[in-house]
Design a protein around this ligand. Structure first.
Ligand SMILES: [Zn+2]
Length: 139
């Protein structure tokens, strides 16, 4: 009997089933949820499959999917709905009090046209903060 591929929509999963050719186009119950899964053509249908318990897209490019987003690793720790590649926003760097004062001082210097960047150009007061963050002003 030939091997066919079936796609279960609720599970977003693909499974293979050995079936007689005349029954190939009929739906097969999904092994996960027992709902009818439709047959797919592996070459023309980019679907999800389960590998190591995580949905992955066919053709398999070695990537995993988490909540519909492409990630390089499955979730191994933390809360199941959080993925380090998706749910951890870059923590916003908080400026220290001293740093704020320093920027204020530099703005003052810039207003007096006394502040220069690392290549010797005059710095405008409104540019001070972003240039400090990018490390373009020698402190
Ligand atoms: Zn299913």
């Amino acid at each position: 009997m030939p091997l066919y591929e079936y796609f279960c929509e609720p599970c977003n999963g693909v499974f293979e089933e050995l079936r007689p050719m005349r029954e190939a186009s009929e739906p097969v119950p999904c092994p996960e949820c027992y709902k009818d899964a439709k047959r797919i053509m592996p070459t023309s249908f980019a679907a999800f499959t389960f590998r190591e318990g995580y949905p992955r897209r066919i053709p398999d490019d070695g990537k995993y999917y988490h909540l519909g987003k492409k990630v390089t690793k499955p979730v191994t720790s933390g809360r199941p709905n959080e993925h380090p590649e998706i749910d951890k926003p870059e923590p916003k760097k908080r400026k220290l009090k001293g740093e704020k004062q320093e920027i204020a001082d530099m703005k003052e210097a810039a207003m007096k046209e006394a502040l220069h960047d690392s290549s010797g150009n005059l710095v405008q007061p409104k540019e001070v903060e972003s240039m400090v963050e990018q490390g373009r002003i020698l402190r």
